[in-house]
Design a protein around this ligand. Sequence first.
Ligand code: DAH
Length: 345
Amino acid sequence: MPISNEKIEQMLASIAEMKAAREQEIEEMRVKWLGKKGEITQLFDEFRTIDKEQKKEFGQRLNALKNAATAKIEEMRAALAEIAGPATASFDQTKPGDVFQLGARHPISITREEILSIFGKFGYSVAEGPEIEDDWHVFSALNFPPEHPARDMQDTFFVQPGGDNPILLRTHTSSVQVRTMEKMRPPIRVVCPGRVFRNEAISARAHCIFHQVEGLYIDKGVTFADLKQAILLFAREMFGADSQIRMRPSYFPFTEPSAEVDVSCNICHGKGCNICKGTGWLEILGCGMVDPAVLEASGIDPKVYSGFAFGMGIERIAMLKWQVKDLRHYFENDIRFLRQFETAI
Ligand code: DAH
């Protein structure tokens, strides 16, 4: 049918009467009027073929028709959205929910908490110190001789080398025993957890960053027998009530005498397996009686007081407890690895 005023009037009237209850109906109406083959679109196609005089007559009216249809469709959409409410209009209630992925506590945190809680039961409190330390607290006050290899660039990360008291990243948490002795008077009973740094190549058995817990007990009349008892009780809490310990003579500049402590293998119970390399024993820590020179350097009179100290690697304790074979797992943050430990204690 050719363009005529009558036709445009009819179309305007039917557009004004349009009603829709659903989004889909509105879309159908849009296609009917304004789609590629819609009635208004067809009128525009026709409009191109008519002569100049008629173009003048119908141009404005056709535009008005198109605007009326567009406005009506918008109006119906808005009305529908208002009835449906903003959330339900696009919310599919049958869609499965997104699963919220829970993380897990890190095995190093779990082990640290367990070590601290065991010593907490023995009356030890927690002390902490800085990771960026000076030479005095990491080496000199702990009786390290000036030429000791740990003071070498190859073993220690220096922040500010040179001078009387270089600044460095602590290589052990024994520095916190010095800071504690400077601040507190005996009796002292502390455990000092923390991160330590050594210039090591990263491998399955070594890392340049790891964690330690240092222990310190100073009072009148503390003996090696007290040290042995404290370590035995700790080993039994940590690795099982039937655990045994053995002490091997060792050397540390800050303790005299010094020992390394092994615990009976918690896998084969002393029979020998590949975890304990057939020996039945696993090394867990270093310890000893605090050297009188160390007490004196921090202002505690060695003629009145004595004490013991011990230090253990948290990664190592966790490895022995759970048979983790590669130290690097601790640093990769793979949730499949981390999830294995939460329920293990
Ligand atoms: N600081 C030592 C280390 O990092 C561990 C240690 C050994 C600490 C003996 C002590 C100790 O307190 O008495 O290897």
